[in-house]
Design a protein around this ligand. Sequence first.
Ligand SMILES: CC(C)(COP(=O)(O)OP(=O)(O)OC[C@H]1O[C@@H](n2cnc3c(N)ncnc32)[C@H](O)[C@@H]1OP(=O)(O)O)[C@@H](O)C(=O)NCCC(=O)NCCS
Length: 186
Amino acid sequence: MTSDGSLATSHADWCGSDAAGLRFTGPDEAAGPECERILRSLPAWFGIEQALQDYVADADRYATFFAVATAPVAFITARQHGPQAWEVHCMAVHAACRGNGIGRRLHAHVEAWLQARGALVLQVKTLASSHPSPDYAQTRGFYSRLGYLPLEVFPQLWGPHLPVLQLVKWLGGVPAAAAPGDRPGL
Ligand SMILES: CC(C)(COP(=O)(O)OP(=O)(O)OC[C@H]1O[C@@H](n2cnc3c(N)ncnc32)[C@H](O)[C@@H]1OP(=O)(O)O)[C@@H](O)C(=O)NCCC(=O)NCCS
């Protein structure tokens, strides 16, 4: 990779898109700079400077995981909301590496990490279909493919004209309080 983040070798080499060429790390300390490099490759999604800076700062506050080939090529920042409830706070695959299965594999890695800690439900927020962005239509397609279900639209959560869709994914397992054996008569 060159200093400006562009590609010095073929996409396949740099992205580690073969199964053996990718490893996963995290939660990582000081994740911000690598997240910023990845986010800046995706101006159609992260073109609002303040929002980008917030995601970079959040990468150091919350659990952040990377898919690493010859360099980090994707990340997920996961935020805990309750004992069994987490959120994909930010996710991005470097523009040069999208569509190679890296997002799915990194998400699976994070799911496994969360399940090992007792997580039962995962949410993510993204632009709703009432916004005309074709780019975010791709994002919704990805989350749908990974098993997320649309839950609710918040028309003003991110500001005027930025309708937010909340999606949820059940990670399996039964909440302890709702286990049938715990309920009298069942
Ligand atoms: C969205 C994103 C994280 C997906 O990562 P990716 O590595 O490109 O996606 P993958 O190649 O792992 O795709 C995983 C699956 O989703 C499917 N998919 C991807 N885009 C899709 C779309 N627009 N519609 C339907 N399915 C889609 C793929 O076909 C694949 O399916 P399969 O594994 O069952 O064959 C990545 O493209 C990205 O960073 N996009 C820009 C930023 C962004 O949207 N971030 C999330 C902000 S909320």
